[in-house]
Design a protein around this ligand. Structure first.
Ligand code: C2E
Ligand code: MG
Ligand code: MG
Ligand code: MG
Length: 289
């Protein structure tokens, strides 16, 4: 029903549209002010190594502490960041905060590697690999302190500049992870040749209801096998219960992430959580047999 788009709609709809447009415009303006600053805060979600039951990596997830609207999640503002062309600024901010935090954790003897999500606009920006290396070097961090997550969709856009950047990052020893991996195995083989990614993250839509969905479990099992055959490590995201975690262990999945293990938390909360005895963390008591 598109009467309102044709301009002949009821005034009620027009008012709503105006309202939404005004809010959008205001957010875009606020973002220009905040995108490179401390209003962008990072939460960190642990990645559990299923071989050792240890957490040696976390993923940085950005939130926007908005002065009026409170804490906003990526879905509410990343599209606007893209739209105003500010993704490179946001990513630089996130990389700097994440690597500063990595140094701070190392001072507390927490040797964590941090994953940062990057977008197509980042990978296409000239000099991105140099920027990343510079940030690591300034802090005396090794390349393996950082992983960059790029979505399968971004990777499949077939942008040669982006693929070039990914290969450059790989040569520099920075791990690249393919995020939100779907179902298409030919895609995976294609990407593997193109990009030399070291890690595959299975999308949570296949993982979350693994224990009840046969189709999802077939996809997950075969993806683990194929990724391993290609020399990639596999992370399952969106693990929400003990049953799925047990299945993933059984199938040789390398790493798990999800609410069942831990929600994304502030840096201080992650440190506190990690220094608790493993047995007091719920997943620590789960075994596959
Ligand atoms: P992603 O990289 O795939 O991150 C996983 C998302 O799933 C996160 O949402 C996380 O909080 C959520 N999640 C984790 N475990 C579970 C679970 O067990 N169940 C469910 N239902 N959800 C779970 P979040 O933080 O809202 O981030 C959404 C997306 O925004 C991310 O998806 C990523 O693509 C993007 N994003 C986040 N931070 C950044 C950033 O700094 N830069 C860029 N470019 N993108 C970012
Ligand atoms: Mg991610
Ligand atoms: Mg993901
Ligand atoms: Mg996702």
């Amino acid at each position: 029903y598109c009467a309102k788009r044709a301009g002949g709609g009821h005034a009620f709809y027009r008012t709503n549209d105006d309202e939404a447009a005004r809010r959008h415009l205001q957010l875009a303006q606020d973002l220009r002010r905040d995108v490179a600053g401390a209003a962008m805060v990072l939460h960190y979600q642990p990645k559990l190594d299923l071989q050792t039951d240890a957490v040696s990596a976390v993923e940085a997830l950005v939130r926007w502490q908005h002065p009026v609207h409170g804490l906003l999640y990526p879905d509410a503002f990343l599209p606007i960041v893209e739209e105003i062309g500010a993704m490179p600024e946001l990513t630089r901010n996130v990389l700097v905060q994440a690597m500063d935090q990595c140094v701070a954790w190392r001072r507390e003897h927490l040797k964590l590697s941090v994953a940062v999500n990057v977008s197509a606009a980042d990978l296409e920006a000239p000099g991105f690999a140099d920027l990343v290396v510079g940030i690591l070097r300034e802090r005396g961090l090794p390349a393996n302190a950082l992983t960059l997550e790029i979505t399968e969709t971004t990777a499949m856009e077939n942008s040669e500049p982006a693929h070039h950047t990914v290969r450059e990052l790989h040569t520099l020893g920075i791990k690249v992870s393919i995020d939100d991996y779907g179902t298409d195995h030919s895609t995976l083989a294609h990407l593997h040749r193109l990009l030399v990614a070291g890690e595959l993250k299975l999308d949570r839509r296949f993982v979350t209801h693994l224990e009840t969905e046969e189709r999802a479990s077939a996809i997950v099992r075969s993806s683990i096998q194929l990724a391993h055959a290609l020399g990639m490590a596999v992370v399952a995201e969106g693990v929400e219960n003990a049953e799925s975690l047990a299945m993933l262990r059984q199938w040789g999945c390398d790493t798990a992430q999800g609410y069942f293990i831990s929600r994304p938390q502030t840096a201080d909360d992650v440190a506190a959580w990690l220094t608790r005895p493993a047995a007091s963390r719920a997943y620590g008591t789960i075994r596959s047999s």
